[in-house]
Design a binder for this molecule. Structure first.
Ligand code: ATP
Ligand code: MG
Length: 565
């Protein structure tokens, strides 16, 4: 009995210790009755494609909602008509669905709350907590003060409630030009927090909005709109990134002054940054516009669409985000950790095929001309459930150029004149001759095989040190293979002196004449495999067809990466 107790206590202890700070806050709120449920949201602005950092935010918010049996809202924060586009709404929803976050019937658009936001502003005016200000943008900046100096009150700060109500209505009715008047919260011009120095909450902008069209010519500012959106939807924990920490007092001010019951609570965590990749929208846009990459989903980028096209799985991204953890201080995570996660995810799940990326023809001089043997090959030695397949073998094969040398250095155990190697899953062959073209490039290798050494024949004779893979030249399917390296040269610095990206000229290698064993006949875009000794590959989402197979290398097999303890 005693033993049992101790055990349970220990497990309990371990559980609390491994809770991240957000989980701790949520559990405290539930315990103390601050909230009786959990409701989170992911609130992107539809102004670009989502990237790996957003994936972290999505999985965090969705994960917490699930963990506490709560709800997860998908909300477009589309209150700024200048930057937003309909096209991004679709791509964002598709990416979130693919990641596995399910908003069920809770899809919202902040622009649908414009009426309530307007009412909220009127309420503040009536409470004497907001005023219309005629200062220009520049004057507002001057009056604001600095980190060391307090600000000065606007000369319009003491306008009466009636005057403010009239002026605000006129703002709404299109009486003023852009920038002529703004609505400001009346808080404290001498606050040590600059965000509290009578921030602008509404501005005039004669613009067409993608959802509301020309209905509005005034638009709420983010710091005013966001807490209202959260409150309207009944969000309990509004999770955002660290740069909003100084805005939290304003968030709290807004929900308190508007007297929401059970107002939401803002919690900040550090953004995810990854080494060796480009996440800034500005840079990616330029790469796309300059034609350096093939769109926002180019497999060298880390937008969610690009990761998907490269061959990353939702599971691998989830594993990555979990390994990164949640923190309060900004830091970068090694790209190699993302590669580790996809290897871990695929290694026991996917079949292993033979593919030759840089072919040299091999002719088996003593193999019968018209004979074809079909070998039974295990699909994945680590996962017997994946079964076996038949791989054809005949007189003419391809092997990879790396696997042959005319004059090998010591410890080279692959094919060279006079040496014998094992053809993976097949026979031992010995190199007896080779041919070169006039440039000295090896074009053909002649070998002899030993019929006694057939794989699975129980042969227990001599040993060979090298095993190489191969593809039947008469059955192999010619394919295009794309190999990737980092798009920026991190070692020499991501940016050049002039602020442009220091691009790696070798970030993409396209191999047009690769041969893959014929077992890819039923492959569909996005299917993934290991090509033995070469890495993990994915049939390209956009360009793959059975007439023209195209495979992307997701990641090579080897890595010096070690999981941080
Ligand atoms: P970016 O400028 O990189 O596109 P953003 O913050 O402007 O980022 P939003 O569409 O406003 O993009 O972000 C939606 C949500 O994703 C926000 O809650 C934001 O805090 C979160 N988010 C954005 N970037 C990251 C990141 N690198 N790591 C974690 N969360 C992020
Ligand atoms: Mg943004």
């Amino acid at each position: 009995m005693d033993m049992e107790r101790t055990n349970t206590d220990n497990t309990e202890l371990e559980k609390t210790e491994s809770k991240n700070f957000i989980e701790q806050i949520i559990e405290k709120d539930l315990e103390e009755g601050r909230f009786d449920h959990v409701q989170t949201r992911f609130p992107p602005e539809p102004n670009g494609y989502l990237h790996i950092g957003h994936a972290k935010s999505i999985l965090l918010n969705y994960g917490l909602a699930n963990q506490y049996h709560g709800k997860f809202n998908m909300r477009f924060d589309d209150t700024n008509p200048t930057k937003e586009k309909e096209e991004f709404v679709e791509s964002i929803l598709q990416d979130i669905k693919w990641l596995g976050a399910d908003w069920e019937d809770r899809l919202f658009f902040a622009s649908n709350y414009f009426e309530q936001m307007y009412e909220a502003a009127v309420k503040l005016i009536k409470k004497g907590k907001a005023y219309v200000c005629d200062l220009s943008a520049e004057e507002i900046r001057e009056y604001r003060g600095t980190l060391t100096e307090p600000g000065k009150n606007s000369p319009y700060r003491e306008r009466s409630v009636e005057e403010n109500l009239d002026l605000f209505e006129n703002m709404k009715n299109g009486v003023y030009q852009d920038g002529e008047k703004v609505l400001r919260a009346k808080i404290d011009m001498s606050s040590p927090n600059i965000n509290m120095r009578d921030p602008i909450i509404y501005r005039v902008a004669h613009m067409t909005h993608h959802n509301t069209g020309d209905k509005w010519c005034i638009y709420p500012m983010y710091d005013f709109a966001h807490p209202i959106e959260d409150a309207i939807e009944g969000i309990t924990h509004s999770i955002c990134t660290l740069e909003f920490e100084d805005h939290r007092p304003l968030y709290d001010w807004v929900v308190n002054e508007l007297e929401y019951e059970n107002p939401p609570k803002q919690i900040e965590f550090a953004k995810l940054y990854v080494t060796n990749v480009v996440t800034g929208k500005r840079y990616i846009k330029k790469l796309v516009e300059d034609g350096i990459v093939d769109g926002w989903d180019d497999p060298r980028l880390v937008s969610i669409a690009a990761l998907r096209r490269r061959g990353f799985t939702p599971e691998s991204i989830k594993m990555f985000v979990e390994l990164c953890g949640i923190s309060k201080s900004n830091s970068s995570v090694d790209y190699a950790m993302l590669e580790y996660c996809i290897r871990e995810d695929l290694k026991a799940k996917k079949p292993r095929l033979m593919a030759v990326l840089d072919p040299i023809k091999v002719i088996i001089d003593n193999y019968p001309e018209d004979q074809v043997e079909w070998f039974d090959v295990v699909n994945n030695v680590e996962c017997p459930e994946l079964g076996t397949r038949k791989v054809p073998f005949c007189k003419e094969l391809y092997i990879d150029r790396d696997d042959f040398m005319e004059e090998p250095p010591k410890k080279y155990f692959r094919l060279f004149p006079g040496n014998e190697v094992r053809l993976m899953n097949a026979y031992f062959v010995k190199c007896v001759d080779y041919k070169k073209d006039k440039n000295g490039k090896v074009t053909e290798i002649h070998v002899t095989y030993d019929p006694e050494t057939r794989s699975g024949s129980g042969f227990t004779g001599r040993k060979v040190k090298g095993t190489i893979h191969w593809v039947s030249a008469r059955h192999g399917i010619q394919s295009e293979v794309r190999l990737y390296e980092n798009i920026v040269d991190e070692e020499k610095g991501k940016l050049n002196e002039d602020g442009t990206l220091n691009l790696n000229p070798n970030s993409l290698t396209v191999l047009k004449e690769c041969y893959i064993e014929p077992n890819i006949a039923d492959v569909k875009p996005e299917d993934k495999f290991q090509f033995v000794r070469q890495g993990y590959f994915c049939a390209d989402l956009k360009d793959y067809s059975s007439e023209k197979p195209v495979f992307n290398r997701i990641v090579s097999l080897k890595s010096s990466f070690k999981l941080p303890k």
